[in-house]
Design a protein around this ligand. Structure first.
Ligand code: SAH
Length: 250
């Protein structure tokens, strides 16, 4: 196991979040420390005071609190991009979803928290170990991990949505066409423009798919300090482009 259990989430009035793993130790923060006796006794919704008088609010971790602590090795997809995938495909508790490559399993785990079932394909065994640890840490029961090359074949069928996050997504079009249900969504995530062009051109040529759109999500965070309200000065980063297509026939 890579992780200790996260038992409690603690938030300060300033919005800083801490995770209490071991309730047998005092929790030290820059806002002072909370005694282990207080941590142990604390119930959800309790308010504790640190030795310096700061308030600490305590609750049990939600999925998203734990998700933010998963182990990351491969570059994981940011939440803003996962959000668009869920919104555009309408993945929900009835959906069977497939993703490749698993990488650290971030996309697979997030989608498993909203879908009925997620099957995740990964060629590298070392990454599969990380995915397994993350699945266990998040206590997800609806993920199947397969050590397979998605460019070669997908041995699953009746899939509602496939998310590709790998270097040559156009090589997976044939296998995705077989695995998806008619009407099922194919989503490809690529960091660079030539990959988008090659994927979209290949999807357009492939009779199994109807191409829908390519989009980039730009999330700009703002600072709100009294009436000093403005975009954060830190530069906007780039993650990737999302291309969407629908399977229409085999
Ligand atoms: N979406 C993942 C990150 C994926 S990184 C996350 O959010 O955590 C890309 C992964 O694709 C790498 O782990 C790589 O090993 C895997 N990969 C590359 N080619 C593949 C293929 N043909 N079949 C399956 N996995 C592949």
């Amino acid at each position: 196991m890579f992780f200790m259990d996260i038992r409690k989430v603690i938030i300060t009035r300033q919005g800083r979040k801490f995770y209490a793993k071991n309730l047998d130790e005092d929790l030290h923060t820059q806002y002072g420390f909370v005694k282990k006796e207080d941590l142990k006794k604390a119930k959800e919704g309790d308010v504790l005071k640190s030795n310096t008088g700061n308030e600490f609010f305590i609750f049990d971790p939600y999925f998203i609190d734990l998700y933010r602590k998963i182990k990351r090795d491969a570059q994981i997809m940011p939440l803003k991009d996962i959000g668009l995938i869920i919104a555009e495909t309408g993945i929900n508790k009835e959906s069977r979803v497939l993703d490749a490559g698993s990488g650290s399993g971030a996309v697979a785990c997030f989608l498993a928290s909203v879908a009925k079932e997620v099957i995740t394909y990964e060629i590298r065994e070392d990454f599969i170990e990380i995915v397994k640890a993350n699945v266990e840490f998040l206590k997800l029961k609806n993920i199947k991990i397969k050590n397979k090359n998605i460019y070669k074949e997908i041995d699953d069928i009746d899939i509602d949505a496939i998310v590709l996050d790998l270097p040559e997504p156009w090589n997976a079009l044939e296998s995705c066409a077989k695995a998806l249900k008619p009407g099922g969504f194919l989503v490809s995530y690529s960091p660079s423009v030539p990959q988008v062009a090659d994927f979209v051109n290949a999807a357009r040529k492939n009779e199994s798919f109807v191409y829908l759109k390519t989009a980039e999500i730009v999330e700009r965070e703002w600072e709100v300090e009294e009436r000093r309200v403005r975009p954060k000065s830190k530069g906007l980063g780039h993650s990737g482009f999302l291309s969407f297509a629908r399977k229409v026939k085999e």
